[in-house]
Design a protein around this ligand. Structure first.
Ligand SMILES: Cc1cc2nc3c(=O)[nH]c(=O)nc-3n(C[C@H](O)[C@H](O)[C@H](O)COP(=O)(O)O)c2cc1C
Length: 196
């Protein structure tokens, strides 16, 4: 099997986070979402724990997510005094701008054979596979780790237990077409070569 290296380099470098303001409102074909999920499942995984778990919201399901996350936010933040009306309204409205939202979970291995950071590493490799697949099909997506991501109270809604983690939400939508420029500092600043 040979691969087109030039295209793969371009796919990786031209992959961008595309946010809901840049979605057309059209539906993303389910076949593409299924490819994103299938490719996510091929992420590297130490000891084959395959810790990634996904809950896909689409159609009326987006309203279900919007209602759940805004009420969860309200309950938790009213109790601890950090409630903000603008955030509450955003959690109610933002999901409706996406075609699909994929909640990303990390399920701990029953035998607890790996440290948590390794399981999270595998989950974020799966997220990158989704990002790249979306890019290859001309679909927009971005990972959100705001809102209720860090709320313990949110986990059970996504089938996650106390030891598991909610890792964020992959927003998916048809892009308007204006892919933003990427920016990174040079790799040379981040690599040390040892040659003797
Ligand atoms: C672990 C992780 C969490 C992220 N969480 C958010 C987020 O909560 N909100 C957001 O706007 N973007 C989030 N992003 C997307 C970044 O904003 C985006 O990757 C960054 O701006 C670089 O742009 P690019 O993905 O187009 O290269 C997250 C990305 C990663 C890897």
């Amino acid at each position: 099997m040979t691969f087109n290296q030039k295209e793969i380099n371009q796919l990786i470098r031209l992959r961008r986070s595309i946010f809901p303001k840049d979605y057309t409102g059209e539906s993303v074909p389910e076949a593409v979402v299924n490819q994103m999920l299938e490719n996510a499942n091929w992420a590297p995984t130490h000891k084959f724990t395959e810790p990634w778990r996904f809950t896909v919201f689409t159609g009326a399901g987006l309203k279900t997510l919007a209602a759940f996350q805004s009420e969860c936010y309200k309950q938790v933040t009213t109790a601890d005094g950090t409630f903000r009306e603008d955030r509450y309204l955003g959690l109610q409205s933002k999901p409706l701008e996406a075609s699909h939202i994929i909640a990303i979970g990390m399920k701990r291995d029953e035998g607890n054979r790996l440290p948590e950071w390794e399981e999270l590493g595998a989950v974020f490799c799966a997220v990158q596979n989704m990002y790249l697949t979306a890019t290859a099909y001309g679909i927009g997506c971005y990972l959100s780790t705001g809102g209720i991501t860090n709320f313990e109270e949110a986990k059970s809604f996504f089938g996650l237990g106390a030891e598991d983690k909610l890792c964020g939400f992959m927003f998916v939508g048809m892009p308007k077409g204006n892919v933003p420029d990427g920016r990174r500092n040079p790799i040379e600043k981040k690599v040390t070569w040892v040659t003797d």
